[in-house]
Ligand binder design. Structure first.
Ligand code: ADP
Length: 750
């Protein structure tokens, strides 16, 4: 029988071809004839049309996860959805995936097929880093068009048979990472060598039921090929050959008649085989009768369903303690283990989180049980749990007495103290989606059945279930830990914010009270000194008069400052109200100019007013509008010497609203670009030398901006150093009353 193994790519070319391994399976031997590169799609299509009989294993996802199909409204029938997707350009399919991902949170962004869960394969919805979605698009349509029999998606009476294979699943048995994208590393080369040795070993032969034969030259090429494409193609051919040997009708695909598998596709590999996964049927020749095969398929699917249910339950749990206990319960349920410990790796130590033992009647950890008193384990390779956390390897120990690779002093002490007998042990690392090891699941003493007392070692099947569970668990734990961390940080921030808000409110209240208390004596000082000034004038006491003038000027400045602070603190405390009234715009302009003239004259500035005659009325808080306008004008006069200060006022219709713009321009010192934003903050001046030279507090603009915002408008600034500035106050002609909302506290949000 001709067997092909194909390492696929979504864009074949000279740099990255589709790699085709050609073999011949005869009796119990697969002879590898050649491996060659296919660099064009036409060449690949010609290959698909090669005369049968042949069987080909290809490593791309033939189908898509059911959850994705349902969400985006595609039919579940394989031929129908492949045709529907590939009838349109690939970019449309990619956009569909992107849209799907944007609507889902991790880890639901990249859902898995059932077969991916079991094979620990990546989602077929990946667009980068092994873009499985692109491979599906390019591959599925070509195999569909070839008219070959595609199992289990589209079986046909055809002697060209195509199956999905996954070389990593086979490679993992023998070594870890073995592919280099750029420069090859000695470790990866050694891994490829190890895999090659593995597939040539007796162990392989006894599990796969046939041996592999190939020339030394081919072996050499496989080890040298840094990208691992040649090795992958050969691994695919081995999985295909194994499937061929399983024979009709399923070719090693369990439950191939089930709609789910026909829609999503299935990876063929002995580790996903029902013969091992389902308990052996007594008295019947396994697989020889249709009925037995149906039973086995049913049994496997039941288990698969269980695993899917577990995975859904795990991903839905949001409480970390409950989640950890649930993981241990499920792990023991799946393997009938008598005891189990769950460790979490934190700060380079393994922390005991869950401890359960049926024989001793102990349950510790989790939310409802008593906390664990054991100190964390240091990372030390001689301790088997630490070894698993350090290396990421699964360790299955059928009999601890015969296992010398690790030191069991801890469990021995435990056994002695509690009169327990640890016999078998299974340890599986929990690796999350980023391949980080986050903890270890340790199980003790598998039992024959759920209620049986008799102990048996953990089986290969147990190992696979727990590995699957561990990866689901790791993703769920990482997810929940992240959410908890964010929630904790959020509540800390919320608390800090509330405290700051409370402190701020207290400060504002204090300032409001204080300034009010200060204003009364300040007004008295000003009043009395003005009275005295009149008297000194009458009595001709010029020296005393000059002193009194100084007192009055200083007191007025102080009063201005107190008023500003009072305004600001009132706004901050939410006590500043605006009083809306209808007034003539021209009146506000006239009174502001009148107010500002002495300052303009003092600095030898000319004042220019540009405004139409028919400005009309506006509805706003007149006092606040005038205050803000005077502030802009006095700044312009203050920061300009011997120049021009212009006020331009116009009505503007924008977005269906009538606005009034007051623009104050000057030819003064200007403001550096990077400072423009900050001058609207309280107590901020563009330059610290300004206070010394021009005086001021840095409060005027902050207050004016706030007034404008309270009236539904705002102030913008435009400036150039040494050229001048333009401040524009923009207000609606008719201010809409502002409704006060109670302030929401961050910690109330939860
Ligand atoms: P004050 O003028 O009391 O310092 P303001 O809040 O009114 O406070 O202004 C803040 C800062 O903005 C001023 O100190 C000054 O640096 C800058 N500024 C405001 N208006 C002008 C202007 N027309 N020309 C140059 N700088 C200005």
């Amino acid at each position: 029988m001709k067997i092909y193994g194909i390492d696929f790519t979504s864009a074949p070319g000279k740099r990255k071809p589709v790699t085709l391994a050609v073999g011949e399976l005869r009796n119990k031997q697969l002879t590898l004839k050649e491996i060659h590169a296919v660099t064009h799609w036409e060449e690949f299509e010609t290959f698909l049309n090669r005369k049968g009989p042949w069987m080909a294993g290809m490593d791309f996802p033939f189908g898509l996860p059911g959850s994705f199909l349902s969400t985006v409204g595609l039919p579940h029938d394989w031929k129908k959805y492949v045709s529907a997707i590939t009838r349109r350009p690939r970019v449309e399919f990619e956009n569909k995936i992107k849209k799907f991902k944007s609507k889902h949170a991790s880890p639901y962004k990249e859902p898995l097929r059932l077969t991916d869960v079991l094979a620990s394969a990546q989602s077929p919805l990946k667009l980068v880093n092994a873009p499985t979605a692109k491979m599906f698009y390019e591959g599925a349509r070509r195999i569909l068009n070839s008219g070959a029999s595609i199992l289990p998606c589209r079986p046909k009476n055809n002697n060209r048979i195509i199956l999905e294979t996954y070389p990593a699943l086979l490679a993992r048995r023998y070594a870890g990472s073995y592919k280099s994208e750029s420069k090859d590393s000695p470790a990866k080369k050694a891994a490829r060598k190890k895999i090659l040795e593995g597939i040539l070993s007796d162990e392989f032969q006894s599990e796969f039921g046939f041996s592999l034969s190939l020339s030394e030259a081919l072996k050499d090429r496989m080890v040298k090929d840094a990208r691992g494409d040649l090795l992958d193609a050969v691994l695919c051919s081995l999985q295909a050959a194994w499937a061929w040997r399983q024979g009709k009708p399923g070719y090693g695909i369990p439950g191939r008649q089930k709609a789910l598998l026909r829609s999503e596709g299935w990876i063929v590999d002995p580790s996903l085989n029902l013969e091992e996964a389902a308990p052996k049927l007594s008295g019947s020749d396994r697989g020889s009768t249709q009925k037995a095969s149906e039973n086995e398929a049913g049994n496997l699917l039941e288990k698969l369903k269980k695993l899917t249910d577990i995975s859904l339950a795990l991903s839905a749990e949001r409480n970390l303690e409950v989640l950890l206990e649930m993981i241990m319960d499920k792990a023991r349920e799946l393997t009938h283990a008598d005891g189990g410990t769950l460790y979490i790796l934190e700060a380079n130590k393994l922390h005991f989180k869950i401890f359960q033992n049926d024989t001793l009647g102990v349950r510790m950890g989790g939310e409802s049980q008593s906390p664990l008193p054991f100190p964390p384990l240091e990372m030390n390779e001689s301790n088997v749990s630490s070894y698993v956390a350090m290396t990421g390897h699964t360790v299955n120990i059928p009999d601890v007495k015969k296992h010398t690779a690790h030191n069991f002093s801890g469990p021995r002490l435990f056994d002695k103290k509690f009169k327990y007998k640890t016999r078998s042990m299974l340890l599986v690392p929990m690796k999350n989606q980023d391949e980080e090891i986050i903890g270890v699941i340790q199980l003790l003493n598998a039992r024959k059945g759920p209620n049986s007392k008799s102990l048996i070692p953990f089986s290969h099947e147990n190992v696979r279930w727990i590995q699957s569970l561990a990866s689901q668990a790791a993703v769920a734990i990482t997810h929940v830990s992240l959410v908890e961390e964010i929630r904790k940080t959020y509540s800390e921030v919320a608390l800090a914010r509330d405290m700051a808000m409370d402190a701020n409110a207290a400060k504002s209240k204090f300032l409001a009270n204080m300034t009010h208390e200060l204003r009364t004596p300040m007004n008295a000082i000003i009043g009395y000194s003005e009275m005295l000034m009149e008297e000194t004038l009458e009595q001709n006491l010029p020296e005393i008069h000059a002193d009194l003038e100084k007192i009055t000027r200083s007191a007025k400045m102080l009063l201005d400052l107190i008023n500003d602070i009072l305004d600001l603190s009132k706004i901050e405390a939410g006590k500043m109200d605006i009083h809306l009234e209808s007034f003539k715009i021209q009146e506000v302009i006239d009174s502001s100019i009148h107010n500002i003239e002495p300052l303009a004259n003092q600095n030898k500035n000319t004042l220019k007013i540009i405004c139409p005659d028919n400005l009309g009325y506006m509805v706003a808080d007149m006092t606040r509008v005038r205050q803000a306008l005077i502030n802009l004008l006095s700044n312009a006069c203050k920061f300009t010497e011997g120049g021009q200060v212009a006020l331009e006022v116009k009505r503007i219709q924008k977005d269906g609203t009538a606005w009034i713009f007051f623009s104050v321009s000057d030819t003064g010192i200007g403001i550096p670009q990077e400072k423009i934003r900050s001058i609207f903050s309280e107590f901020t001046q563009a330059d610290s030398t300004i206070t010394r030279k021009f005086g001021g507090t840095g409060l005027g603009l902050a207050i004016s901006q706030r007034f404008c915002r309270m009236m539904g408008g705002h102030i913008t600034a435009d400036s150039e150093v040494n050229q001048g500035s333009t401040f524009t106050m923009k207000l609606p002609v008719k201010v809409i009353p502002f409704t006060k909302h109670p302030r929401r506290r961050a910690s109330d949000i939860g």
